[in-house]
Design a protein. Structure first.
Lengths: 132, 132
DNA sequence: TCTATATTTAGACATTGTCAAACATTTTTC
DNA sequence: GAAAAATGTTTGACAATGTCTAAATATAGA
């Protein structure tokens, strides 16, 4: 039985062909893509899908906590299939986004902030990725 | 002598009336506004200024390090007249952005990241601002 | 002043995102 | 089981953000 079908059904999402095409694509990659980049890729499997449906589906998956929308790039939201807490590194030359494991960094002091109830936090690092 | 005029001249920026209007406005507020919000406000002082000039001027001030462009809001860059290192808190209900002083938080571990040369970092906190 | 350079402008264009209406599906009623 | 109603899904058209160009305007230097 297709695991993505049950994943969607568990959250009360009807697995229409369009939604399946989007979900199968986005859960099959690790990169951080914009909605239009997802559209472009999904169209190769499902050429008639509309832009609005891709946007609707991605936002629905975010609402159902299967996906996370991240504000990391200028001008566009990117979608992250990693919904665990983690940080991000952005290569300033290429724009490429890399996940940094939660355990790699430690942030302290947010508990002492008066006037702010912190629900989540992340560190955004910028610099140059070093080719190994 | 007007301090903004000398500030611009020091960086080799000709202080035209349009640039002065943008600079006086943006350096006189603490909020984080988008280019179109700046346009709207500046037009009340200088009604004939064009959208392109506001975009050009803001980007020029960023290039000359008098302003920092921040990717904090979906869909638009915001401009921050605080160019010192600091963190940001975003109220998830209102979208309001608050500066968090650099000293309020401590981040450790970024020196040990293999494969990444970190040039700058900031913590992005999200939650609810508590009315005092 | 004349000339070269710098700046501003309106509008065209590209990209990202939203919305109301059209369309399809499921449920209810008989 | 068919028709009607309610619900859910998809779509094209539209709005907002940002960049670019070419023409007009302003400024600085000889």
């Amino acid at each position: 039985m297709n695991s993505i079908v049950s994943m969607l059904r568990e959250r009360g999402i009807q697995p229409t062909p369009q939604r399946m095409a989007v979900a199968e694509f986005i859960f099959g990659i690790k990169s951080h893509l914009s909605a239009d980049q997802v559209l472009e890729q999904v169209r190769s499997k499902c050429p008639t899908i509309s832009r609005a449906t891709v946007y609707n589906t991605l936002n629905l998956l975010v609402e159902k906590k299967l996906l996370k929308a991240q504000v990391l790039k200028e001008g566009t939201v990117v979608f992250d299939s990693n919904v665990q807490q983690h940080h991000h590194f952005i290569d300033e030359e290429t724009g490429e986004i890399y996940d940094i494991p939660w355990e790699a960094l430690r942030v302290t002091g947010e508990k002492s902030l008066r006037n702010f109830r912190v629900r989540e936090l992340q560190v955004i690092l910028r610099g140059k990725r070093i080719k190994k």
